[in-house]
Design a protein around this ligand. Structure first.
Ligand SMILES: [Zn+2]
Length: 486
């Protein structure tokens, strides 16, 4: 923000003193006062995480309320936009004007915790039960509007069935291309607004990843926006892991993915989780380090909890999510880890303290083998030697690419984050510990390879678990979760 001017009722400019992010008016003034300022979009796409930060695209701009407006205590706020005639404004706010340029906002939190898309993007509207959903689509995704609206519509309905209701208020879902690298995505939710930046397409080979990121962010409109933790850093496994679990369960129930894709993800998640569980527990305070371990660990906890509740009772994890939604949608209510445990105990009439002690607070690996029959798979364990990328080779590479001379490989992704320069690699590695085993996507003699690897100076051996489905007529618990009909 720059060139801030504050005028009082008589038009005189007031004297201000700035203290970090606050300003103090020092001259006497007459109410009402008016503010004039310019907002700056200073960062570029590759410089920061854009999940809920403003960005500029060739056809539209995304703002957050918190980047545009001052904190204030006002209620019933009216926001008027002056924009070129053919432009649109998409927000989760209510507007009665036509064209929509004047918006009514209940309070400061709704003003600041919202996304605003301005420009020549495409707008689609849905109404599910009494909830209005506005979809803002930019760039190349305009051509794929039908598939996108279909995924959002069906996904939203299925989530409202799982949670047993819809959070209050109009929703905004923004879909825009993510230009950074060939493959990648980012997403985030601010109250009633969800943002998806992706380079994947809703059709073709990457539709799994497209559907996953869109459904994941929609699920956060419940789990994250409404169901909120008291100590959120200790509950990332529930926030992200359970969101990922329901993302894939919903994607399968709606047949956007098949059972094999679910199992492939499970194998990937389990192996990634297994590489780190001996060192960390799911409640460790990670910040950005090892975030994916917590996502995958939480995904597996959700699956195991679902199986356990189904084995012990006629209930399932959907019932737990319903209780979570109806309890924590109440103003000021936040959950703690023991609340999740108590709901699971209430549903199944079994004790879950050992489960939580071992797998949530502790560093025990969830017993994938034990539940193989419920998953309908056979699990094969093998010791594999991980390829390695020496730290020296990364430090010494010229700016531009990551290169390992002896195998002529080019690192293109680390844990699904696209890396195109040494800076990217160092940034991605700083989220993890050196010597940790990471999932790398690299080009070996022109062929894309996905494999665990280490950033170290020698080979490391690890146990790799592969899941092979068994052919049977029996309906397994996993089939029931995914509602597989035979
Ligand atoms: Zn998330």
């Amino acid at each position: 923000m720059q060139n801030l001017k504050i005028m009082d009722a008589e038009g005189s400019k007031l004297q201000l003193i700035r203290q970090e992010n606050k300003w103090q008016i020092v001259s006497p003034f007459k109410n009402p006062i008016s503010f004039e300022y310019e907002v700056v979009l200073g960062h570029r796409e590759f410089e920061c995480d854009l999940d809920t930060s403003p960005y500029l695209k060739p056809d539209c701009i995304l703002w957050t309320g918190r980047a545009l407006f001052f904190e204030n205590r006002a209620k019933n706020i009216e926001v008027l936009f002056h924009i070129p005639q053919n432009w649109k404004i998409s927000t989760p706010w209510i507007s009665n004007s036509s064209p929509k340029k004047i918006f009514f906002v209940k309070n400061n939190s709704e003003l600041n915790q919202s996304l605003i898309v301005i420009g020549l993007h495409l707008e689609k509207q849905l109404k599910i039960k009494n909830t209005e959903i506005l979809i803002a689509i930019g760039g190349k995704y305009k051509q794929l509007q039908e598939q996108i609206v279909n995924i959002i519509h069906k996904g939203f309905v299925e989530f409202s069935n799982i949670f047993g209701g819809i959070p209050l208020g109009k929703k905004l879902i923004v879909i825009n291309p993510y230009e950074l690298g060939k493959y990648g995505f980012q997403g985030g939710v601010l109250n009633n607004s969800a943002s998806v930046l992706t380079s994947y397409y809703p059709d073709g080979i990457n539709s799994f990843w497209f559907t996953r990121v869109v459904l994941h962010e929609i699920c956060h409109l419940w789990n994250g926006s409404v169901i909120r933790a008291k100590y959120h850093r200790r509950c990332t496994w529930f926030l992200e892991g359970f969101t990922d679990y329901y993302t894939l369960v919903v994607a399968k129930r709606l047949n956007f993915i098949n059972k094999q894709q679910f199992l492939t993800f499970l194998e990937y998640a389990f192996n990634h989780y297994h590489l780190k569980i001996q060192k960390h527990s799911l409640v460790d305070n990670f910040q950005r380090r090892n975030r994916r371990f917590v996502y995958h660990g939480g995904f597996l906890v959700a699956l195991f909890l679902d199986i356990r509740i189904r084995l012990e009772s006629k209930k399932n994890l959907d019932n737990l999510m319903k209780i979570m939604f109806h309890t924590y949608r109440r103003k000021g209510y936040r959950y703690r880890i023991r609340d999740i445990m108590e709901i699971a105990e209430h549903l199944s009439s079994k004790k879950f303290n050992v489960f939580f002690k071992k797998y949530i607070y502790g560093k025990h690996a969830l017993p994938l083998q034990t539940y193989a029959p419920q998953l309908g798979v056979k699990i094969y364990k093998e010791e594999i030697t991980l390829p390695y990328f020496s730290l020296k080779s990364i430090v010494n590479i010229p700016e531009g690419i990551a290169f390992k001379e002896d195998i002529k490989s080019l690192i293109i992704k680390i844990n699904s984050t696209v890396v195109t320069s040494k800076k990217d690699i160092v940034k991605e590695l700083s989220k993890n510990s050196l010597e940790d085993k990471e999932l790398l996507f690299f080009l070996k003699e022109g062929k894309q390879i996905t494999q665990y690897a280490t950033f170290s100076n020698s080979n490391t051996k690890v146990i790799y678990y592969s899941l092979k489905p068994i052919i049977t007529k029996k309906i397994t618990i996993l089939d029931k979760i995914l509602r597989e009909k035979r």
